[in-house]
Design a binder for this molecule. Structure first.
Ligand SMILES: [Zn+2]
Length: 294
């Protein structure tokens, strides 16, 4: 295999491709990136393996920064999704408190990821780029103009054109040693080929919220003045919401994993998953309402 290099957090490392009859994985050892793939695997398989790793690493790095900036700005993020983006480094939907980060950010020095995280989280306080928004950045990230200029030196769209040629070198990253979390180490240890789904479960704040809802409602059901059949039904609909959210997270993870571009079918799949969860939550309200009030 031809020798090649990968850029990670602003530094270049040699890439070594190893043919191994095992589940594809990526490891970072002694200043080298090692891609383990089955003998005869094609370029698409190698790129997909590295992209999955790339995303899981960005997710882990972003999680730490989000924690820091949530505290600093007094906001909370419902979910953070790394994805390929053609024109933006990040985006934020304030009313759902979801942010998306361009996976290309793992090639950049870590402070640029931090700037994008700070920027998107600031949108949870001010949705536009007006004076109030600038004031927040001036106060909490004074070097933001310099960071923005460095990002704009290589806009995502310009990279996109060379994505096919350089896909391997783009699709790789690691965390700076200090920033490596238990999650990142765990994923590094067990291999990255299918870790995207596991990471999605870990990374889905929506799932944690449903768990919290169950942690409140299921015990509460035991204190309600209802008969055993009613109590069983009340608990069953709660647990159903948990099952639905597991599938919902799985769908999101799978869609993010298999599609490199935004696609109407991907959007449909995600919307349907969200709709299923809305129905499940409505079912809880209806069943509890009928039993307790009816
Ligand atoms: Zn913005």
């Amino acid at each position: 295999m031809p020798a090649s290099e990968v850029t990670i957090w602003g530094r270049r490392y040699p890439l070594q491709i190893v043919a191994l009859d095992a589940k594809p994985s990526v490891t970072f050892e002694r200043e080298r990136v090692i891609l383990n793939v089955r003998p005869g695997s094609d370029a698409a398989c190698r790129a997909a393996t590295m992209y999955a790793w790339h995303k899981s690493v960005l997710r882990a790095a972003a999680a730490e920064l989000i924690e820091k900036w949530q505290a600093r700005l007094g906001v909370s993020v419902a979910a953070c999704t790394p994805r390929r983006m053609e024109t933006k480094w990040g985006s934020c939907t304030p009313h759902t408190r979801r942010i998306r980060l361009n996976t290309e950010l793992v090639k950049k020095p870590p402070d640029l990821l931090e700037y994008v995280v700070a920027h998107e989280l600031a949108h949870l306080r001010v949705p536009n780029h007006g004076k109030a928004f600038v004031a927040i950045l001036d106060e909490h990230y004074p070097a933001w103009r310099e960071a923005r200029a460095r990002l704009n030196e290589s806009p995502p769209a310009a990279r996109r054109k060379t994505a096919t040629k350089h896909r391997e070198s783009i699709a790789m990253s690691i965390l700076p040693p200090k920033g490596r979390t238990g999650l990142a180490r765990l994923i590094a240890a067990i291999g990255y080929s299918r870790a995207g789904i596991a990471a999605a479960f870990k990374g889905e704040a929506a799932f944690r919220q449903i768990v919290a809802l169950n942690a409140v409602l299921v015990p509460l059901a035991f204190f309600c003045p209802v008969n055993r059949g009613e109590r069983a039904l009340m608990i069953a609909v709660c647990l159903l919401s948990l099952i639905v959210e597991l599938f919902n997270s799985a769908i999101e993870a799978v869609v993010d994993r298999i599609s490199e571009e935004r696609h109407p079918l991907s959007k449909n799949a995600k919307d349907m998953g969200s709709a299923a969860q809305s129905v499940a939550l409505a079912l809880i309200a209806a069943v509890w309402g009928v039993i307790l009030l009816g």
